[in-house]
Design a protein around this ligand. Structure first.
Ligand code: GDP
Length: 435
């Protein structure tokens, strides 16, 4: 999907506009490890067009001086976006910082829409003309707090989207990526895999600008596509080392993958940011493998594996289904295991369980652990059916949705896993009232 980035100096109202544009689309189903908090990347929709929105204002490294932060945000917008919304405010008029941002944005050949925020009443409209001076044509007057003018702005944004090249459908190709914090070794892993998998079929330009994906085949002819989000191989820009940017990168990679390899750094152990990034992948319903990279750097004894694994299971409880592989991009230890694991996950994600088999499991589960009650009423489960694959999605039909407790749903999920496996993939559980 196309990407809109919102750029502007502090206090022009970027976050307000961001929230308006994505609106109620940020539905907090479960907020694992706080991933939905301080979100800078979200889905939006306008008149049937879907897109992503980035609030570059959320990417802020506090120890950087103000101006280099602004520069960094503009660069991220120019790098990542298909359409840039340059946000200003009628209250302060055209400021020096606005002019500075305008100069940075002149360098892009992406469409830039100039929006003037805080035009809360008609008297302020006359002042909007001053903004022509910034050189981006007719400014769009808007009011984030009143929700005015956003329709025209979004109309123009949608019109400016580039033609989307259709991502060619290769049903049997496994698309995967490496995601993680800066310096965990993602690019090293990409490169090491390239060295390892000699049967490289081709480098294909991805749909994201500058992205170079690599496809390769294993001995059995299974095709893999290693997703390289733009930039992973040409590096060295200031903003690349910021954590927020690494989250943004991860989200773009997750979106295009069937399976993601969440990369941890054995040397540094598990960090807060690792949990966030993994949380996004889980929420997106993608297959997940946990790679503990730089395994070569640890002094190991008999219990090192076990201890690390226990730490992972404790800190990533929601990823109990994800296999863990201890690897080294440097020594290539166990990298050859990755394709096989990806293949197995791809297979279980496509499994369909017949309703009759599923309902046998359901009946056993209910016999083992009676359904919950609330105020004297008991949850009644009529039947369960699998409605989708990738991720496997199950609908349970009941008498009253409110009686289905989170923990009971989790119990049913565990029974399904006990019966059918599904290693490496999240399962979606949906409860519906039987009509
Ligand atoms: P990225 O930011 O996640 O893409 O991380 P890089 O691939 O750039 O790696 C960051 C640093 O860690 C580099 O100096 C690598 O040489 C180093 N590195 C990556 N993988 C390994 C590994 O398995 N073992 C060791 N010892 N160093 C590694």
């Amino acid at each position: 999907n196309p990407v809109i980035a919102i750029v502007g100096r502090p206090n022009v109202g970027k976050s307000t506009i961001f929230n308006r544009v994505v609106g109620e689309r940020i539905s907090i189903v479960e907020d694992i490890a706080g991933v939905t908090r301080d979100r800078i990347y979200a889905d939006g929709e306008w008149l049937g067009s879907n897109f992503h929105v980035i609030d570059t204002g959320g990417i802020d490294i506090t120890d950087e001086p103000f101006m280099s932060n602004i520069r960094m945000q503009a660069e991220i917008a120019m790098e990542e976006a298909d359409v840039i919304i340059f946000l200003t405010s009628v209250r302060e008029g055209v400021t020096q910082t606005d002019e500075h941002i305008a100069k940075l944005l002149y360098r892009t050949n992406k469409p830039v829409l100039l929006a003037v925020n805080k035009v809360d009443n008609p008297e302020l409209r006359a002042d909007v003309f001053d903004f022509y001076a910034l050189g981006f044509g007719e400014p769009f007057p808007i009011s984030g707090s009143h929700g005015l003018g956003l329709g025209d702005l979004l109309d123009a944004a949608v019109k400016a989207f580039p033609e989307q090249p259709e991502e060619e459908e290769e049903d049997d190709t496994i698309q995967f990526s490496f995601i993680g914090r800066p310096n965990v070794g993602k690019s090293s892993l990409v490169n090491a895999m390239l060295g390892e998998e000699r049967v490289i079929v081709s480098n294909v330009a991805g749909t994201t600008r500058d992205a170079i994906d690599t496809t390769f085949e294993d001995e059995e002819g299974q095709k893999f596509r290693m997703i390289d989000t733009a930039g992973i191989r040409k590096r060295g820009r200031v903003f690349e080392s910021t954590e927020k940017y690494s989250v943004l990168r991860a989200m773009r990679a997750i979106e295009r993958s069937d399976i993601v390899c969440v990369v941890l750094n054995a040397e540094e152990g598990i960090q807060e940011q690792d949990k966030k990034i993994a949380g996004y992948a889980h929420e997106a319903g993608k297959g997940i493998v946990i790679l503990v990279n730089k395994w070569d750097t640890l002094e190991k004894d008999n219990s090192t594996y076990k201890e690390f694994e226990e730490d992972i299971r404790r800190d990533f409880q929601y990823l109990s289904y994800a296999p863990i592989i201890f690897v080294s991009a440097k020594t290539k230890q166990r990298l050859n295991k990755i394709p096989g694991v990806l293949k197995a996950i791809n297979e279980v994600r496509s499994n369909r369980i017949s309703s009759s088999v599923l309902n046998d499991v359901l009946m056993d589960a209910v016999a083992m652990n009676p359904t919950p009650t609330d105020k004297g009423r008991r949850l009644k489960i009529y039947y369960m059916t699998q409605v989708a694959v990738k991720p496997p999605t199950f609908v349970t039909f009941v008498n009253d949705v409110d009686l289905m407790h989170f923990s009971y749903e989790r119990f049913l999920e565990n029974r399904i896993r006990a019966a059918f496996g599904f290693e490496g993939t999240p399962i979606h559980m949906i409860t519906r009232k039987r009509k």
